[in-house]
Design a protein around this ligand. Sequence first.
Ligand code: ATP
Ligand code: MG
Length: 260
Amino acid sequence: MLTMAIESYEKLLMDLKKLRLPAMVEMLDSYAKQASSSNMSYVDFLSGLVSEELRNKDRKGIESRIRSARFPVLKNLIDFDYGFQPSVNRKKLEELSSLRFIDNKENVLLLGPPGVGKTHIGIGLGVKACEAGYKVLFTTLNEMLSVMMSSLADSSFTSKCRTYIIPSLLIIDEVGYLPVSKEGSNFLFQVVAKRYETGSIILTSNKSFSDWGEVLGDSVVASAILDRLLHHSTVFNIKGESYRLREKKAELVREERKVG
Ligand SMILES: Nc1ncnc2c1ncn2[C@@H]1O[C@H](COP(=O)(O)OP(=O)(O)OP(=O)(O)O)[C@@H](O)[C@H]1O
Ligand SMILES: [Mg+2]
């Protein structure tokens, strides 16, 4: 049986605090009680507390990576309803969930009309990557281009550019909804070219590739961007109804039933 004098207990508590081991501090009391009422060995006692600390560190790391990824909302792939969107190849998406595409510096391109789950899938893969320890950043194309544009004024362009180069996974959402200036498409080219074969991109767009010349206001730059993006990539061409409208329709039906 493992017992501990009050002074030793308090000294241990203080030392653990000094060493910044918060989970061990929090769990020491319950482990000490458990140890004194059972046949727990010294090794099991210490190993149990160390495991608590490691679990806590892992959880904190995941939370911090998810915060720095700046997802607009959190989505999980497990909540994706394949039945509603059969054009999404489940096998292909599950293969991507292994995150090998990040190690291989490959890209994922999600195309389709509004509400079909492009952002959901992008965020779902991003959250998985954060959980697995990768550095991730989520941005819309418009937001990224305005950050880069305004960085020209205060000469922070190089450092702002690095923000989009450093993460193992960069998610660029909503390519195609808003018009892009010539300068903007040059910025996008620089990001894509710098990440080519060095870091993964997940990109979502409501426009098919043939419309990208028009979206980016320059067909030469658009095809140079596409060439790099597509070289090592998985493409999802999602065709189907908007999930948002399905939810709205279901809500209306419920209201009609109540009135009726
Ligand atoms: N198959 C699905 N299963 C579960 N939820 C879904 C599915 N498809 C979409 N959703 C949900 O519907 C909403 C809209 O999806 P999402 O934002 O991913 O669409 P999108 O394709 O990015 O649309 P947009 O082009 O307008 O940005 C989100 O709340 C998302 O979680
Ligand atoms: Mg979206």
